[in-house]
Each structure stands twice: as C-alpha cells, then as structure tokens.
Write a protein that binds this ligand. Structure first.
Ligand code: PLP
Length: 388
C-alpha cells in the first residue's frame, strides 16, 4: 500500500522529534519529582525545564503554568466560580461561553446550569461581540470562556476585543488556546486573557498532557479538582507525568521556534488545497472562509456529500480527514458549530474537515485532491442518476 496522507492534525498531531527524544530520556529517570534525593531532583529539573518552555510559548512566568492531564482537564479546572483575583474572594456568579466552544467548555465546569449563558456567533463563525457586550452588562462578575480558534472551522475569534469588553465589565476571561497554539501567536498579554488552556498533543507533544496557565500570580484557584499530595503547588495532586510533561515542554519550544515558518508552509499548502477543491467542484462551500482562519484548517462541503461516507471514501484512498470534530464515540454527529453559524442541516451533515501540519507535503495535497476528484465524480453521477 502506498503511503498514507494524514490530514487530521486538528484531531491530534504526530509527535515531534524533539518531543520523542525528551519523552524517551525522561522515561528512564527513576526518581519521583517530589523526592529530595538526587534522583528526585533530576526528575524535578525535567519538569521545571518543561514549565519554562511552556511558559515561553504564551509569555508568562514559569510559576504561572500548571500541568494537567489534558486540555479538557485544564478547561474543567478553569471553569469554576472560585477564582480569586488580587485577594478578592467573592465568587464568579456567571459563566458566559460562545456557542461554538469545545465540549469540555460546553460542559460548564463547576458552574450551575442556570448560571451559564451562551453567546451567539455570526454567520462567518466569529463571536458576536455585540451579544457579548449586551450579556456581560447584565452578568456582573462573570467568567467568560472563549476559544482562540475553532477546532472545526479554524475561525480565529476576536479574543482581544472580547477581553476589553469583559474587563471593562469587571469580568475575567479564560481562553481555550488548544487549537491555536503553535499555529498563531498565543501571547497571553496580547490576547488579554486571565487564564489560558493548552494541550500537548495539538502541538507535537504526547496525548494526555495539558496545562492551565494564568496571566500572573495575583490569580488564585483555591478549589482544585484533584486533591491529595499537593503537587503543582496544590492545584493538581498526583505524581506528575514526568515523561509526558518533558515532551510537552520540548514540543512547546519547537512550536515556538518554528511557528512562523510552519504557518507559512501550512498556509501555502492550504491555499493550493482550497483552489483545487473549488476547481474540482465549483459548488463547494468552505465554511468560515470570510473570516480569518488558522493557516491549516479547511472545513468544506459540496452538494450531495455525506460526511460519514466521504471520510470512509478518503480513508480508502489513503487520506485521513474527519467529519468536523473528532468525537469519542467515533460517530458523526451534526455539527453544533455550523448550526450556530446558521448553516442548514443538509449542509451540516456533509461537512468534511481537512487539517494540515508541519510535515504535510504538496504530495499529500495532491493525493487529497485526487481522492476528492474521484468522489466528486461519483457524486455528480449519482445526482445525474437521480435526475434521470
Ligand atoms: N479545546 C479544544 C478547542 C479542542 O479542540 C480540544 C481537543 O480536541 C480540547 C479543548 C481538549 O483537549 P484534550 O484532547 O487535551 O483533552
């Protein structure tokens, strides 16, 4: 079988070489990072180096990075009424989220259902800032959680503008930067975020490691999800995943160093891919095309496509793509992201996501387009059959 083309980088990325090396080296360390002896201190050093590397990716001090088991856990940890800022212990009364957030934010963390409000997005997939302004005026002391880039469409959200509105109303802003990290700038001060979530496996690190980052140490989360031995300065108990964290750090350093080059590379290929897609099917729709998007993501459909069948057809041709968001059950579910953008259900059901990465090649794009040409021809023959 000829080589496969992996074009599902928003689901997860392959491990970077630097991460693989750090992972392998750290796996050989016998010590527990909490132990005071030399072996323990060696493991501790590995974690603290990774903390510096992750901190540098988002422009905070190392002490403001807390490692977790995933982006999901970091989101869950952030979404709590108990966030103290500069000693102010009064709880956050409301959680405001956009209608296109990841499931781990939609679940609402530790807020009561009645205290959660959803903010609309416009047809181009961007948060409706007027909706935010209107809602936050009525929701004093809100925590607002917004993603920096959407995992399905790649649409980049107006986070800095939102931050200004949130702060003017006395609110706090949590930003889920899981899909954005390594693809666009995620400097926490530029974004105006108070808290920010990262996940290792979207930037070339291993699966099962994430981080919650705070803008500075005047932010305190007194109510951890996992209590016990006091690791991660009491915010996340449990002996640290030393190897996973080491690899996360190495991936973060590589992602920071290579971001501009990788983004240019992905964008050039994504432009080729979209031009080819439109040339093959003039009636193809690329969702969110009117907004600024991540350089690596295309979510598209064309008349007659069913996402589930299309994903299988691509897979048989050696191309891995996805039907919108990867979902743990493996089932294709109608996209709530597209529904929130006002896309009609027949189109929603046909949405196929292609996402590229740093080692995607021109040959991968050609292979995708070859497979698409075949599929599009079959679809138009089927349509003619129906019409006949
Ligand atoms: N947030 C976004 C936007 C995501 O796309 C994902 C994963 O797909 C997550 C959070 C969850 O991250 P993790 O897979 O590390 O739990």
């Amino acid at each position: 079988m000829s080589e496969r083309s992996y074009l599902d980088w928003n689901a997860t990325t392959p491990l970077r070489d630097e991460a693989k090396a750090a992972l392998a080296a750290a796996l050989m360390l016998p010590g527990n990072p909490s132990s005071v002896h030399a072996e323990g201190r060696a493991a501790r050093r590995v974690i603290e180096l990774a903390r510096e590397q992750v901190a540098a990716l988002v422009g905070v001090r190392p002490g403001d990075v807390f490692f977790t088991s995933s982006g999901t856990e970091a989101n869950m940890l952030a979404l709590t009424p108990a966030i103290e800022v500069a000693g102010d212990k009064r709880p956050r009364s409301w959680l405001l989220i956009s209608a296109i957030e990841h499931a781990s934010v939609r679940a609402g963390g530790r807020f009561r259902r009645e205290a959660i409000a959803e903010l609309a997005v416009a047809a181009d997939g961007r948060l409706d800032l007027a909706a935010l302004a209107g809602t936050i005026a009525k929701s004093p002391r809100a925590l607002v959680s917004l993603m920096l880039a959407n995992n399905e469409t790649g649409v980049i959200q107006p986070v800095a503008e939102a931050a200004a509105l949130v702060h003017a109303a006395g609110g706090l802003l949590h930003v889920d930067a899981v899909q954005a990290a390594g693809r666009i700038d995620c400097d926490i001060a530029t974004l105006g975020a108070d808290l920010l979530t990262l996940s290792a496996h979207k930037i070339g690190g291993p699966k099962g490691v994430g981080a919650l980052v705070r803008r500075s140490d005047d932010i305190h989360l007194p109510d951890p999800l996992i209590r016990g031995g006091g690791q991660e300065r009491g915010l996340r108990a449990g002996t640290e995943n030393v190897a996973g964290i080491a690899a996360f750090g190495a991936a973060a350093a590589a992602a920071r160093r290579e971001r501009a080059t990788e983004a240019d590379h992905m964008l050039a290929l994504r432009n080729l891919l979209e031009a080819g897609l439109r040339e093959i099917s003039q009636r193809a729709t690329i969702f969110g095309a009117g907004a600024e998007r991540l350089p690596n993501t295309t979510l598209f459909t064309a008349p007659g496509i069913k996402a589930e069948t299309a994903v299988i057809a691509f897979d048989l041709e050696g191309v891995a793509v996805s039907s919108g968001a990867a979902c743990s059950s493996g089932k294709v579910q109608p996209s709530y992201v597209l529904a929130a953008m006002g896309v009609s259900p027949p189109l929603t059901r046909g949405a196929v996501r292609v996402s590229l990465g740093w080692n995607t090649s021109g040959a991968d794009v050609e292979k995708f387009l070859g497979a698409w040409r075949k599929l599009a021809t079959t679809l138009s023959k089927e349509a003619e059959g129906i019409a006949a």
